[in-house]
Design a binder for this molecule. Structure first.
Ligand code: GLY
Length: 364
């Protein structure tokens, strides 16, 4: 058994157990429920479910629902499958759904639980880095519909979130790198200490995952506690995402998908440049951030000729207001402002800065 003590936060309505030992600690969250149904995807079923069962031998699982892995499967078909399995198993409202997996599992699992018989309780057990520091926290649930991501869904809190870094061992390099982009984002937008811990390190050389995950998860909890419904400071989490989402969609449309993290890292590169121009911080800071991104992520293959296409995609973004792009931008390292209107010309300049791999110079 693991004797480490996780960080515990009993902040109503959600209880959190974060860090090594969280899995064992969570037994007390589960024992209150007469029936436990576990939702997994095909990869989690192989790599993570055995860990869950081994660490929690006293927990009786009444049913396992196994869905196909991947964002493209986060859809109505998969939701229907989950609802029909719950119906077949005669699940009632006393049951608990355990969402064991990454962001896709917590999104669709939360959505289907919250809508089945007007609401089943669920607990998120994230197994990816992205899930641990972001997707499992904050009550965003939903599915993709048509060609739009997260088009149908609702904000609904899990009963608990159990974040145990033990599952990081099951991740491949690509998934770890992808989650690392969001980790960098937390450091940049709100947590200078985290930035100091990460600076100059490659994602695949980190040894202190436990400390880092506890820190980043607490950063996110703190933000969503103050703004559950994304009316204000939760928008700060969009740093790097206005341009990053455009990169992500662009490559998806070309049938050359890139990970969310690679796209967001490129978005943060461009939006750091925009931040420096809007908020007047120096090139030393821009170059410090850009070199950390370059150390961890390769450059996306984008050319000047493709900029109009990227603009077209950006204008479809949920963050456009009155035909103007809205950004969450750095004011300085560790501090962010949301709802910043940015002229197209400056956005274009930032894309040149990225494409040409220029260093920031005070003479620009
Ligand atoms: N992933 C951004 C948010 O939870 O608001």
């Amino acid at each position: 058994m693991n004797s480490q003590t996780p960080y515990i936060l009993d902040s109503s309505p959600v209880s959190y157990a974060i860090g090594s030992g969280a899995l064992e600690y969570s037994e007390r969250f589960l024992e209150k429920f007469p029936r436990i149904i576990v939702l997994v995807d095909e990869n989690v079923a192989v790599h993570c479910l055995p860990v869950f069962q081994k660490r929690l031998p006293a927990v009786v699982i009444s049913g396992i629902i196994n869905i196909q892995a991947g964002e493209e499967k986060k859809n109505l078909e998969a939701s229907k499958y989950i609802w029909s399995e719950l119906t077949r198993m005669k699940v009632d409202r006393d049951a608990l759904i355990v969402n064991l997996g990454g962001g896709v599992v917590s999104d669709i699992g939360g959505f289907t639980a919250a809508t089945f018989k007007r609401g089943l309780q669920f607990i998120n057990y994230p197994t990816t880095l992205l899930g641990m520091i972001d997707a499992a926290i904050g009550g965003k649930t939903g599915i993709d519909f048509g060609k739009y991501k997260n088009q149908v869904g609702l904000f609904v809190d899990p009963k608990s979130v159990v974040i145990d870094p033990i599952f990081l061992k099951t991740l491949d390099d690509k998934q770890l790198q992808s989650g690392f982009a969001e980790l960098l984002k937390y450091a940049l937008i709100t947590d200078l200490d985290l930035w100091e811990m990460l600076k100059g390190i490659k994602y695949n050389q980190i040894t202190e995952w436990n400390k880092i995950i506890v820190k980043a998860a607490r950063d996110k909890i703190d933000i969503v506690k103050h703004d559950a419904f994304e009316k204000g400071i939760r928008r700060n989490l969009n740093f790097g995402h206005t341009i990053g989402h455009a990169f992500e969609s662009f490559f998806l449309m070309k049938d050359r998908p890139v990970t969310h993290g690679l796209a967001i890292a490129a978005g943060m590169y461009c939006e750091t440049y925009i931040s420096s121009k809007k908020h007047g911080f120096g090139c030393d800071v821009v170059n410090e951030i850009v070199s950390m991104i370059n150390l961890n992520f390769h450059h996306l293959d984008i050319s000047h000729e493709q900029i109009p296409e990227l603009f077209e995609i950006m204008m479809q973004d949920k963050k456009v207001r009155g035909g103007k792009l809205q950004f969450s931008l750095l004011k300085r390292l560790g501090k962010t402002v949301h709802n910043c209107e940015v002229d197209d010309e400056l956005v274009k300049e930032s894309l040149y800065f990225y494409i040409e791999k220029r260093a920031c110079s005070e003479n620009d």
